[in-house]
Ligand binder design. Structure first.
Ligand SMILES: CC(C)(COP(=O)(O)OP(=O)(O)OC[C@H]1O[C@@H](n2cnc3c(N)ncnc32)[C@H](O)[C@@H]1OP(=O)(O)O)[C@@H](O)C(=O)NCCC(=O)NCCSC(=O)C[C@H](O)C(=O)O
Ligand SMILES: [Mg+2]
Length: 287
């Protein structure tokens, strides 16, 4: 189990941000060649980002590269360069179908990408919401779905409102697809970097829905995000209690028990083990 609580985007053309990321406590980084890079800076950013991804200077942080979209003039060259750099993953925006995934997979293979370079597919259009399951299931190389909530809101003509009501249908469809196919899923970004209260509320909502983590745009968002998406001390203690109580019940020949007044069956034990597994992985990563 690999923690992916906080996944920070940074503009590929921004040397300072690429340098700063080496010290930030994000679980993963997305070195961006798409929206955060102006057209005339795309090629220089590609070289810089690929060199950074290949440098091995980011410690335990998972380093990924977001290439430009499939229908852009930069996509093919981005994928070829990323395949050679061998990041943890290539993040591909606006993936709309299983065929898109197969094309990305083929291009990575032709480009000589190492096996450890996975595909993270961004789902951020109405058609992607409707095809979420076929996208998620299209390839074993595809390991993560990433919500693109800015593009989704734009395409839906939706407004950003507290609680994200207009987006929840799409978020839920992608969550169903990710869980049905055993993939990781990351929530979209929160644009107002000064609104810490709104940001934490959205992290919590994402966690309650079942997201594994959240994509971020600013270093100040990392710490609260890591906290919200990690099991708390109380959750860890409760998980241990559930496992112990159930073990005891089994020894006594029972398949159900109560802990703090609530029914516990083996499915709750599975969940408790997942919580402890995540806590342990976070502990190991912190060193
Ligand atoms: C949002 C920003 C433009 C704000 O920039 P700025 O005002 O310069 O920030 P600060 O002055 O507060 O920065 C303080 C220091 O932190 C470094 N920094 C800032 N952001 C990052 C970052 N993302 N990664 C690493 N380091 C960062 C600054 O360099 C300062 O460092 P120092 O000088 O040493 O103190 C900016 O934060 C930004 O550009 N963020 C990322 C934007 C981005 O990547 N956008 C594209 C991805 S989001 C997206 O596309 C979503 C999706 O597709 C969708 O559809 O939803
Ligand atoms: Mg987008």
């Amino acid at each position: 189990m690999r923690p992916r609580r906080s996944v920070l985007y940074m503009p590929g053309a921004n040397e300072r941000a690429l340098e700063k990321a080496k010290t930030l406590p994000a679980d993963a980084l997305i070195l961006d060649l798409e929206d955060a890079v102006a057209p005339d800076a795309k090629e220089a950013a590609r070289d810089r980002v690929c060199a950074a991804a290949a440098s091995g200077e980011y410690g335990s942080r998972e380093v990924t590269i977001r290439v430009n979209g499939l229908d852009t003039e930069w996509h093919d060259a981005d994928l070829r360069a990323a395949a050679q750099a061998g990041p943890a993953a290539v993040v591909v925006p606006k993936v709309n179908s299983a065929r898109d995934v197969h094309n990305i997979e083929r291009a990575l293979e032709l480009g000589g990408a190492p096996e450890h370079t996975k595909i993270w597919a961004m789902v951020e259009t109405p058609v992607a919401m409707l095809h979420a399951e076929e996208i998620a299931a299209a390839s074993e190389r595809l390991t993560v779905l990433v919500m693109g909530t800015n593009d989704l809101a734009k395409e839906l003509h939706a407004e950003f409102v507290p609680g994200r009501g207009p987006l929840l249908g799409g978020l839920s469809m992608c969550l169903l697809a990710a869980r049905a196919t055993g993939k990781v899923i990351l929530d979209g970004v929160y644009n107002d970097v000064k609104d810490t209260e709104g940001f934490e509320a959205e992290c919590l909502q994402g966690r309650q829905y079942g997201f594994d983590g959240k994509t971020l745009i600013h270093p100040s968002q990392i710490e609260p995000c890591n906290r919200v998406f990690a099991p708390s001390e109380e959750e860890i203690a409760h998980a241990r209690k559930v496992i112990d109580a159930f073990d005891q019940a089994r020894r006594e020949g029972r398949g159900v028990v109560t802990v703090d007044g609530r029914m516990i069956e083996n499915l709750h034990v599975d969940n408790a083990k997942r919580v402890l597994g995540l806590a342990e992985a976070i502990g190991k990563q912190a060193g």
